[in-house]
Write a protein of this length. Structure first.
Length: 335
């Protein structure tokens, strides 16, 4: 083979490589700025919309610790927590409240769930047990109160005893097993709070507007309605399972309302629904979730919970209230 036959294709190959290299260099000069571009999402001027910048996309979680503060300078009080009416809560849910009361020098008892448990009603009559306590906390009861129990608690409040009732809207409950049934769980103290001109509404609440919920459309936000000891130091609270309160009498005062944009879950009716109300020595709050450790330190929930405890321990009950023996447990005997 002649040398010219070998060198000719080799020369073509060299020329092609040179053209490619020259083109690459030219593109670098025309398109480059002399420095490497920023990493994705970093230091980009005018990024639009700004809420998608990395520092704005990353969610920050609310603190999950804190401490409920109570005035420890007052008289030591005894608080009874009802667990005698198929109440839907666990004692661990209320641990922060119990600890806060204990730090302030108060005593807390739970009604016994089995024979031999300490505290609560035990074998004592209903009214006789109430006489031993300055306040009663009732959390989401799903069993009804008897007429005698209602009479005893009404007399208890009339005599200076404090009652706090925390409720939830109707909810569906699914049983276990192959033949599981779906049942509706309802608030069991409608007749009790009705004696104080209040009742629970029939639906839950939600809010899908910007700024109207706490990262979940059912985690509504509520704010005080006027000034009261119950809402002192509170701007906003968040309720994860809120219902609403209906006033049926003239003496009840609304203490908190859901903010604008809140609607009922079924009828989709918008309104600033009352979620907490008070009639003298009884307070009704249409939510229980704000007491749980996962929610207690969101927004002003901690302050609101502390105010509720202050309400419970700031009464002045007469020692002989309520009078009479009343029923033992929930037997329904006359007081």
């Amino acid at each position: 083979m002649k040398a010219s036959e070998v060198l000719k294709p080799l020369g073509v190959f060299v020329v092609v490589i040179a053209v490619i290299l020259a083109g690459t260099a030219l593109l670098g000069v025309l398109g480059g700025s002399g420095s490497a571009g920023p990493a994705d999402g970093e230091e980009i001027e005018g990024q639009s919309p700004g809420q998608f910048a990395p520092e704005n996309v990353l969610a920050t979680s609310a603190p999950e610790d804190g401490e409920i503060s109570l005035d420890s300078g007052g008289e030591s009080k005894r608080v009874l927590v009802d667990s005698d009416h198929s109440n839907r809560y666990s004692q661990s849910d209320l641990a922060p409240l119990v600890e806060a009361l204990a730090r302030a020098g108060h005593e807390v008892d739970f009604t016994p769930s089995a024979a031999g448990d300490d505290g609560g009603f035990g074998e004592s009559s209903y009214n006789a047990t109430l006489r031993q306590y300055d306040a009663v906390l009732i959390v989401q009861p799903t069993a009804a109160f008897s007429d005698a129990e209602i009479a005893g608690l009404t007399a208890y409040a009339d005599g200076g005893g404090r009652i706090g009732v925390l409720a939830e809207p109707p909810q569906l409950s699914v049983g276990s097993g192959l033949n599981a049934q779906i049942t509706q769980v309802r608030f069991g103290a409608q007749d009790l709070v009705g004696e104080f001109g209040l009742r629970m509404g029939t639906e839950g609440l939600y809010n899908i507007e910007d700024g109207g919920n706490d990262n979940n459309y059912e985690s509504i936000i509520a704010s005080p309605d006027g000034s009261s000891a119950l809402t002192e130091g509170v701007s906003n609270v968040t309720f994860d399972s809120a219902g609403y309160v209906v006033s049926t009498g003239d003496d009840a005062q609304v203490r908190m309302r859901a903010i604008s944009g809140t609607r009922t879950l079924e009828r989709r009716q918008a309104g600033q629904y009352p979620v907490a109300a008070q009639n003298d020595n009884l307070v009704l709050v249409a939510d229980t979730s704000f007491l749980k450790s996962s929610e207690l330190y969101d927004m002003d929930n901690e302050q609101f919970a502390g105010n509720l405890l202050e309400f419970l321990v700031s009464g002045d009950k007469d020692d002989d209230v309520p009078q009479g023996s009343g029923p033992s447990g929930g037997s329904g005997q006359s007081p």
